[in-house]
Design a binder for this molecule. Structure first.
Ligand SMILES: Cc1ncc(C[n+]2csc(CCOP(=O)(O)OP(=O)(O)O)c2C)c(N)n1
Length: 136
């Protein structure tokens, strides 16, 4: 979640010229939300592929900012009460130059989107959902 700060240094020192970053919804929109917002403002050459599984998987399944209302976890025992964070709206609102969404169940679409994302030379967010929830 602090990965953007490290990547910015590596890009500025031209140790890396192109960055492909894979991260999760909790990492990017929860504990890393501040970095997500301010990195868009800097518009670096980072392609960020975000897998959105609507949960903090690694830390035992707590709700993440994109969890849907009613989603029950050992912490949110009565279910999530808030409407989900909308990362694409935030990214577009802040002027990110490439923003896309796809779904792991449609591999052709996902492949096309990832190729386009990697060719793009400025900050780029490609979100894919790995569960069926987004089809609602
Ligand atoms: C600032 C901070 N707070 C809390 C954590 C603990 N932590 C590690 S992974 C994680 C959740 C990651 O969830 P997500 O990015 O959605 O990935 P998933 O495990 O679902 O693949 C958390 C809260 C952390 N690493 N850094």
């Amino acid at each position: 979640m602090r990965i953007y700060s490290i990547l910015m240094i590596l890009l500025q020192k031209t140790i890396f010229r192109n960055v492909l970053l894979e991260s999760g919804d909790g990492c990017m929109f929860g504990e890393g939300g501040n970095h997500f917002i301010h990195t868009i403002r800097r518009n670096p050459n980072i392609t960020n592929i975000i897998h959105d599984n609507f949960v903090y998987g690694l830390t035992k399944g707590q709700a993440s900012p994109t969890s849907r209302p009613g989603f029950m976890t050992p912490v949110q025992v009565d279910g999530v009460i808030l409407d989900p964070f909308n990362p694409l709206a935030i990214a577009i609102g802040l002027g990110a130059s490439f923003v896309a969404r796809t779904f792991a169940g449609d591999q052709e679409h996902m492949k096309t989107m990832m190729k386009k994302a990697m060719k793009h030379k400025r900050v780029c967010f490609a979100l894919y959902s790995s569960t069926l929830c987004l089809l609602q």
